[in-house]
Design a protein around this ligand. Structure first.
Ligand code: NAP
Length: 306
């Protein structure tokens, strides 16, 4: 594999893959580096119903595969590797990875975000023994069992809807009495008799022996403590940006996301950011794809000028 490129894209989610598609169609010699599976966090979505062009919805994993296939068709090169460094030497951007060192004139950071842990006693201990972060992956293990989902956003509600196809009961535990999830999701979950909502409630601990047996809950409105017997708990309490690599290089907002202008420029020449990692992103596949296209086109202009 060659080591010098015009453009390197970090991350193979919708932003990175779209950037790869646009860059290759512009005949920019591009390498996309991804450490795991193409598709980003969207691969955990069983069905994405709001990505235009798919009136029946599309599986997140399938969308990732299709985006990759399309970018590859136009010649996108890709590498599976862990990225450990991003440095600037003169007009070169140096990317250090587990598979070698690569350089480019421009880089698009599309590393997305990763799921946040609940950070309560028992959570870590019971991962794989009742604690899960992916209903699409693990729901089938909870056939006819009672489970809980923690969180009040779209992820929590879509996880609950998916789980209701397998579990006998799904309790959605949310720390407030107002949902962050969009109303259409709440309506869908409310119509499912197996799903119930436990509001104003936090999880204090995950308890069990070999596997999870129950959750200790705290009602934050009344102060009342209770126990909820469950065989599984699915944590869906949001995401944090994967900015460790660049936190000393580019400007981050107060919540740690990369600040860019409308051209996806970070302010560091040749360094662009796109997708969920970007400040004020609405964190949807469609917005990530849009960011990726914009970043690729302005990276192209930058490359032509240097
Ligand atoms: P999110 O929208 O940030 O929601 C996180 C939820 O977890 C919030 O309800 C939050 O409570 C709660 N929470 C955060 N920390 C917590 C803690 N320590 N303990 C208890 N609860 C906690 O995250 P998300 O649901 O993962 O969604 C992320 C993005 O992906 C969003 O933009 C969403 O629209 C998108 N998404 C879209 C779809 C789709 O099909 N359209 C599906 C899934 C996700 P508060 O509300 O009190 O802050």
């Amino acid at each position: 594999m060659e080591n010098e490129y015009q453009l390197i894209i970090l991350g193979g989610g919708p932003a990175g893959l779209t950037a790869g598609l646009y860059a290759n169609r512009n005949k920019i010699n591009t390498l996309l580096i991804e450490k795991a599976m193409m598709g980003g966090l969207a691969v955990y979505a069983e069905l994405i119903e709001n990505y235009p062009g798919f009136p029946e919805g599309v599986g997140g994993m399938q969308l990732g595969e299709l985006m990759f296939k399309q970018a590859e068709k136009f010649g996108l090169k890709n590498l599976m590797a862990d990225i450990s460094g991003l440095d600037i030497k003169g007009q070169k951007i140096i990317i250090t990875t587990s598979e070698g060192v690569f350089s480019a004139k421009a880089v698009i950071i599309a590393l997305g975000s990763e799921r946040i842990n609940l950070n309560v006693p028992g959570e870590k201990e019971f991962v794989g023994r009742g604690v899960s972060y992916c209903a699409t992956c693990d729901a089938a293990f909870f056939r006819n069992k009672e489970v809980a989902v923690v969180g009040g956003g779209n992820s929590a509600i879509s996880e609950a809807i998916h789980l209701s196809k397998y579990a006998s009961k799904v309790s959605v535990i949310h720390r407030r009495d107002k949902w962050r999830a969009t109303p259409v999701f709440i309506d869908k979950a409310s119509a499912e008799p197996k799903i119930s909502f436990v509001l104003n409630t936090t999880v204090e601990s995950v308890e069990g022996e070999e596997n999870v047996k129950y959750l200790r809950l705290n009602n934050v409105a009344s102060g009342q403590k209770s126990v909820l017997p469950v065989s599984g708990v699915f944590v869906a309490v949001g995401q944090q940006p994967n900015t460790d690599l660049v936190k000393n290089l580019v400007k981050l907002d107060a919540t740690g996301y990369i600040v860019t202008n409308e051209k996806m420029e970070t302010g560091v020449p040749g360094v662009f950011a796109a997708g969920d990692i970007r400040s004020n992103s609405i964190r949807q596949c469609i917005s990530a794809a849009g960011d990726g296209a914009t970043a690729a086109l302005f990276a192209n202009r930058f490359i032509e000028q240097v």
